[in-house]
Design a protein around this ligand. Structure first.
Ligand SMILES: NC(=O)c1ccc[n+]([C@@H]2O[C@H](COP(=O)([O-])OP(=O)(O)OC[C@H]3O[C@@H](n4cnc5c(N)ncnc54)[C@H](OP(=O)(O)O)[C@@H]3O)[C@@H](O)[C@H]2O)c1
Length: 310
């Protein structure tokens, strides 16, 4: 297992960021304020989460207080699938910027490789409950995202939920102007993603791990897994801290979500201990290729990413 420095950034991205999915509008601003005070500088946001307005208020509050400057922060947002038409990309990005009250994003991700029919519905479904696709390709969507970099609206661009073939297609795109700096993917001990991570590293694309705690409401027991619990006891740390540290030692960026002040603080206290190689191996061996974020209504989409192994 390769060693990494305890604190730091990976491919310009602070190694621990605050996840914000399901942070309700009522709690998101406060969570951001607590997180900034606790030392977070990286915020993982998305148009889809419908809370960017409140996150922006939290950020603005802390900048006004003089606790941080805009340039100290690393703010990420994501292009939702109903905005894949190249003509919609800039407008979608501007919507997120306006809500976040920022004039640039540090990173803008294509949330999924799949384009959906544009409109009011985030996930437009036909009468049989299947997503209605758009006829876009992620390569043309990417070109429109490249324009955002050129126009100065975003510093970098990346992807999320891309399998290795999709990433390869993007990297091999003729006239590619900007490479994706990260692929944000589901990753935790039950879905260790060894092959996709190896592929991304070989292509010099960083990996950001989402749902690293197993996302409590999705029915996994990761935070109660006996192996994780035993290892946590050994280091006198919480199970969440072990799950986060595990990803950092794999050289991944990790974005645990919490709106609870105590847990927000706990989740970034992961730089004062190091898991042994044996403990890392033991956690790796929990892999059971269990994917939680399967997005079933999109399984028939031409760009559905999870029909192949990695
Ligand atoms: N690109 C994508 O398609 C995609 C998909 C999913 C997620 N994401 C991003 O990744 C982030 C993280 O993933 P996630 O939100 O699905 O799941 P997660 O971070 O694995 O788990 C979040 C859950 O764990 C709880 N929790 C947090 N810290 C804890 C601790 N120290 N002890 C016990 N429980 C704790 C949280 O509850 P409390 O809030 O009550 O603490 C919340 O219910 C998201 O918020 C989002 O930003 C991206």
């Amino acid at each position: 297992m390769e060693k990494v420095p305890a604190v730091g950034t990976i491919a310009k991205i602070p190694a621990v960021g605050l996840g914000t999915w399901k942070a309700s509008p009522g709690e998101a601003a406060e969570a951001v304020k607590v997180a900034i005070d606790a030392g977070y500088r990286h915020f993982d946001c998305a148009y889809l989460y419908h809370n960017e307005n409140e996150i922006g208020a939290g950020i603005r509050h802390k900048i006004k207080e003089g606790v941080v400057r805009r340039e100290d922060l690393f703010v990420v947002s994501k292009l939702w699938c109903t905005y894949h038409e190249p003509s919609l990309v800039k407008m979608a990005c501007k919507k997120s910027l306006k809500a976040l009250k920022l004039d640039y994003l540090d990173l803008y991700l294509m949330h999924w490789p799949m384009g959906f029919q544009p409109g009011e519905e985030d996930v437009p479904l036909d009468l049989s409950g299947v997503v209605i696709p758009s006829d876009t390709s992620f390569l043309e969507t990417w070109e429109a995202m490249e324009d955002l970099v050129i126009k100065g609206l975003v510093k970098d661009i990346g992807v999320s939920n891309f399998n290795h073939e999709q990433l390869e297609r993007l990297l091999n795109k003729p006239d590619l102007k900007f490479k994706p700096i990260t692929n944000q993917i589901e990753c935790h001990p039950y879905l260790t993603q060894k092959n996709l991570i190896r592929f991304c590293k070989a292509k010099d694309v960083s990996v950001t791990a989402y749902r690293s705690l197993g996302g409590s409401r999705e029915g996994t027991d990761l935070l109660n897994n006996p192996t994780i619990r035993r290892i946590a006891n050994h280091y006198n740390k919480s199970c969440a801290q072990i799950l986060i540290r595990f990803q950092i030692q794999r050289n991944l960026i990790v974005i645990p979500k919490s709106t609870n002040p105590k847990r927000i603080q706990e989740n970034i206290q992961v730089f004062d201990f190091e898991l042994t190689e044996n403990h890392m191996d033991e956690i790796m061996s929990l892999n059971r290729n269990l994917r939680l974020a399967t997005f079933p209504t999109t399984e028939s989409h031409k760009d559905y990413p999870f029909h192949i192994d990695f």
